[in-house]
Design a protein around this ligand. Structure first.
Ligand code: BV8
Ligand code: ZN
Length: 230
């Protein structure tokens, strides 16, 4: 059975990473809509760097939770039949043991040089404009897909959705496109695992309410036991 899983900020909430909209849209005093844009970076690079430097640093204290671990268990069991795409820019899926994670909105732990186009694994701040390891220029930006920019690997995601028997959305408010449209592109059954009603709950074959650390392990157990609950 081919499964596509999309995760959003809600899967990392119980790891202590703030979501976008539950903390009434403010992210430790920033409004992502104002800061996560190329225009904001152009206008005030120091502010945008501060926003990402703080979140990159906060990652060090965060730990993957039972939901991340359950998805890693699912990948270990069904391998390439699972396609995991995340809107999140944290590395908790990887730290839980998932080997194949598609970060459609980029990653906090990657720096992208706008001069030579190289990308580098990056754990430190970027605010002081460090030199690019490849070209020595000081043109490193967060390797994050901002509003108005094209998410990474859309064609691969679309192909996976068209082949999937099941599409599962976990911890996302379905406000941001094109991720919010995936439920419509999915060929097979669709399941939503979310704490609250989302903007797309009605569009899913089934939508379950609850915290990811409860819903995701239970769902993975169902899949592994071959007993899909209808
Ligand atoms: C693009 C990186 C063109 C930044 C992010 C229509 C069509 C196409 C585009 C648009 C359109 N309408 C508007 C647009 C433009 C825009 C957009 O969607 N705007 C919105 C505000 C209307 N989209 C774009 O600009 C995108 N680019 O469209 O390019 C294109 C189009 C199609 C095909 C090719 C090209 C780029 C969007 C990417 C922006 N970057 N992230 C950063 O992280 O700083 S978006 C950011 O917010 C996140 O990455 C995430 O994707 C997004 C939404 O957040 P969620 O993950 O859903 O989190 P949220 O807080 O909203 O919700 C949390 C949910 O979890 C809640 O439902 C809650 O109930 C639940 N929850 C909470 N706790 C728990 C829980 N669930 C379970 N357990 C818990 N414990
Ligand atoms: Zn460079």
């Amino acid at each position: 059975m081919k499964i596509v899983v999309l995760t959003g900020a809600g899967i990392s909430a119980e790891s202590g990473i703030a979501t976008f909209r539950d903390s009434d849209g403010l992210w430790e005093g920033y409004d992502p809509m104002e800061v996560a844009t190329p225009e904001a970076f152009e206008a005030d690079p120091a502010l945008v760097h501060r926003f990402y430097d703080e979140r990159r640093r906060a990652l060090e204290a965060a730990q993957p939770n039972a939901a991340h671990l359950a998805l890693a268990r699912l990948e270990a069991a069904i391998g390439d039949d699972l396609y995991l795409v995340t809107q999140n820019v944290d590395d908790l899926h990887e730290r839980a043991g998932s080997a194949r994670v598609h970060h459609m909105h980029g990653e906090l732990r990657s720096a992208w040089c706008t001069a030579c186009d190289d990308r580098h694994v990056w754990h430190d701040p970027l605010g002081h404009e460090p030199a690019c390891p490849s070209c020595e220029g000081s043109h490193l930006r967060p390797d994050i897909v901002w509003f108005g920019e094209v998410p990474y690997g859309m064609e691969v995601i679309e192909a996976a959705l068209h082949e999937a028997d099941l599409f599962v959305a976990i911890g996302t408010s379905a406000v941001v496109y094109p991720a919010a449209a995936f439920v419509h592109w999915a060929r097979g059954r669709t399941l939503e695992l979310n704490l609250d009603e989302s903007a797309a709950s009605e569009d899913f074959t089934q939508s379950r309410r609850g915290p990811a650390t409860e819903l995701v392990p239970a769902w993975v157990d169902e899949v592994l036991a071959g007993l899909p609950r209808d």
